[in-house]
Design a protein around this ligand. Sequence first.
Ligand code: T46
Length: 129
Amino acid sequence: MKRSLVKFVKIPRVEDDCFLCFMEGNRQIPFDIKRIFYIGLPVPNLSRGKHAHRVNKQVLFCIQGVVRMVLDDGREKEEVILDKPEVGLFLDNMIWHEMKDMDEKTILLVVASELYDEKDYFRNYEDFL
Ligand code: T46
């Protein structure tokens, strides 16, 4: 059976007079969370990412707006749209990924298994392969 590159991480969404989502390391998030960052106010037609990580694993949430994620393990490519704050995308290490088609409201929240280290990045596709 074909292995899917797209692995969702669903987190609780509590609804009362607003919504509230939460996540905890080694519970919904399948690793110790060492770093959190977020990305927002994209210019039109922005494409970001275009790299893979040697070790770092991440879960990416589109907490507002929309993003199209393109994933590539060097053999297969898959795309997925994220537009729900309670549905994250698990980005394993050694997966080339690109964020596309964000709208002007898009905010991405990313939890990571490792501290920032530029040496962890493959930013050149041929090197990644
Ligand atoms: C990823 C996708 C989803 C830091 O100094 N510390 C950090 O923790 C991060 C995440 C970035 N930076 C610096 C490195 C660059 O000078 O911020 C600048 C922009 O980073 P980058 O071009 O890698 O941004 P994106 O949006 O292409 O990628 C980011 C993450 O870097 C990456 O790990 O998987 O979001």
